[in-house]
Design a protein around this ligand. Structure first.
Ligand SMILES: Cc1cc2nc3c(=O)[nH]c(=O)nc-3n(C[C@H](O)[C@H](O)[C@H](O)COP(=O)(O)OP(=O)(O)OC[C@H]3O[C@@H](n4cnc5c(N)ncnc54)[C@H](O)[C@@H]3O)c2cc1C
Length: 561
């Protein structure tokens, strides 16, 4: 199940001779994911411990001999699984240079397993006992420095950066790739991330539709405004529109190339934290898989497997919309530089995204209030078509086009998980928060948080400390990085701001500042001039609220769409 190919197989985890199954993972009362151990009580004072203190492990883990070591423990293993525990982590930190891409060792989970000897499970003549079913039930624990749940842009980015930093990384992705996923329009700053991931050349060569800007069309005023990404910025003046099936596969393959061991399809079911590390249990096509590591990263996207268990999910009022989306072939195309622009059509009942992909395919999404869906008695396909009909410019562009995918649906996608770090735990991407897709920031944020999380984890390995407070500055950096974009999203729905947004002037550097936010630059470094320009823009917006009130125009946020 781990990454295919002869070369990769050699890099994959080495397995010890199959052993009897370990005790099944404990589940919670509802039989769902059981996050056990100290971190499960984070922020709630469970186990009577302070944040960052560790309780005793529930079971002592005994390292079994690695097959390659001829049944002997390696020097320095000390009976503890490699990579588990603060000290183990520090050891791995020191061995980084030599350790790049090391195959993970396998250990048995059962206490005392090493004493049973490597020949357990064999007949006297050396043949194995038990049939195929028994073999399937036996499983081993793969040992890594870090385990990542989820192989989307967030998961594959953090895994790649960690592997580049010299750690042994195991990644679990529950779906077989390529798979359809929403989120196809990138920000220019994503190109910097691709560069640092070592994936830019592959993306540039993949033939994705190039994107130079974004066009906003307001049906009420018949006004259109195009923002072209600026040259002379730390990021390029272009990016791509990407079918996520291909893009995510490319990033995950890139992670494999950097030495990440990928288990796919393998859905993580149980995550158990203890004083020395974390144990992740997943079910794959070939049966259960267990991995042990010093730290776990939640990159499971909106599922937020760990972030919702260890923290709390808060829905963001009024942004809880419904999106219906599908791909079309044969839709109208714009010409020249405009061809690849994302186009956002704003109208009374919501808004529509128009994302031109390569190969004459266009992604069209209709975003509406949940109320609109509740009032609709027909099916979602009909509602999607009806929303398109309500926006004549889009209906015209789609005349003669053929829908080539089913209509997908995402609902209630605005939330915020807190905290998103814990003892031996960090979340990235959508497992942290997601607000609104209007400015196409999700994939970039997932990759950038992956990079920042990797920095924090590598630092933890250097110091050998994995408590929540070691990751607190990571969470602060993330919140600071996404705040300007999220503020912009909220403002965008205010008519007084939208007015100015659709008629931008470059007084006080406002145009440049708006483009810095739309390009993802606010997450890299916000120059004081950009901050000042945005502050002026928000001040002018307040004045415009007053002017609109005097003119009897609506000022209420259109979030109620
Ligand atoms: C309507 C809508 C439109 C959007 N449009 C855009 C856009 O145009 N541009 C943009 O940049 N962003 C957009 N986004 C946001 C974007 O889709 C996400 O922000 C982005 O995919 C986040 O990446 P991620 O890696 O955090 O999560 P994901 O991409 O969701 O990846 C998470 C992965 O984890 C796996 N997983 C989940 N649970 C488990 C488990 N238990 N075990 C193993 N694996 C698991 C999943 O299979 C998945 O592959 C949009 C979002 C919505 C809702």
């Amino acid at each position: 199940m781990a990454g295919g190919g002869r070369r990769r197989r050699r890099r994959g985890p080495r397995r010890v001779r199959p052993r009897p199954p370990a005790r099944p993972a404990r589940r919670d009362a509802a039989g769902r994911l059981g996050v056990r151990g100290v971190a499960a009580g984070l922020g709630r004072g469970a186990h009577g411990g302070r944040r960052g203190t560790c309780a005793r492990p529930r079971a002592r883990l005994v390292a079994a001999p690695s097959a390659a070591a001829g049944g002997r423990r390696r020097d320095g293993d000390g009976g503890r699984p490699a990579g588990a525990g603060a000290r183990g982590g520090a050891r791995h930190g020191r061995g980084r240079r030599a350790g790049r891409g090391h195959p993970a060792r396998a250990v048995a989970l059962r206490p005392g397993a090493a004493r049973r000897g490597p020949d357990r499970g064999r007949r006297r003549d050396g043949s194995r006992r038990g049939g195929r079913r028994a073999r399937r039930r036996r499983f081993v624990t793969h040992v890594f420095d870090a385990v990542v749940v989820g192989g989307g842009p967030g998961g594959s980015s953090v895994a790649t950066f960690l592997a580049r930093g010299g750690l042994r990384v195991g990644l679990f992705e529950r779906e077989r790739f390529p798979r359809f996923h929403v989120g196809e329009s990138l920000m220019p700053a994503a190109m910097l991330m691709l560069e640092r991931l070592g994936a830019r050349a592959a993306v540039e060569a993949a033939g994705f539709q190039i994107k130079y800007g974004a066009t906003f069309v307001d049906q009420a005023t018949a006004r259109a405004q195009t923002f072209y990404f600026l040259t002379g910025q730390p990021w390029p003046n272009y990016t791509y529109q990407v079918p996520r099936a291909e893009f995510d596969t490319l990033l995950l393959d890139n992670a494999r190339r950097h030495g990440v061991t990928v288990f796919q399809p393998a859905a993580v079911e149980t995550v158990a934290f203890d004083a020395d590390g974390v144990t992740v249990s997943a079910s794959g096509e070939e049966g259960p898989v267990t991995a042990r590591a010093a730290v776990a990263v939640d990159g499971s996207g909106r599922a937020s497997l760990l972030a919702t268990r260890l923290g709390r999910r808060r829905r963001i009022p009024n942004l809880g919309k419904v999106a219906l989306f599908s791909h079309y072939r044969g839709a109208a195309r714009f010409s020249g530089k405009e061809e690849g622009n994302i186009r956002i059509y704003v109208f009374d009942d919501g808004w529509i995204w128009w994302i031109p992909l390569a190969g004459d395919v266009t992604s069209v999404g209709t975003v509406m209030h949940a109320r609109t869906v509740a009032a609709w008695s027909g099916g979602m396909e009909e509602l999607h078509a009806d929303m398109i009909r309500r926006c004549p410019p889009v209906a015209e562009l789609l005349a003669g086009a053929e829908r080539v995918t089913s209509v997908h649906r995402e609902a209630n996608f605005a939330y915020d998980n807190r905290p998103v770090v814990g003892d031996r735990f960090v979340a990235v991407g959508d497992a942290i928060t997601f607000v609104d897709p209007i400015f196409s920031g999700g994939v970039y944020i997932a990759m950038r948080t992956g990079e920042l999380a990797a920095e924090a984890i590598l630092e933890a390995f250097r110091t050998g400390r994995f408590e929540a407070r070691r990751f607190a500055s990571y969470e602060r950096r993330v919140r600071r990085g996404i705040a300007p974009l999220f503020r912009f999203i909220h403002k965008y729905y205010e008519p007084a701001f939208f007015d100015l947004f659709m008629r931008p002037r470059n007084h006080f550097g406002i145009y440049r500042a708006v483009l810095a936010v739309l390009s993802g630059g606010s997450f890299l470094h916000m120059a004081w001039r950009t901050r000042a320009s945005l502050a002026i823009l928000f001040a002018i917006t307040r004045a415009n609220v007053w002017l609109r009130r005097r003119a009897g125009l609506p000022v209420e946020s259109r979030l109620e769409w």
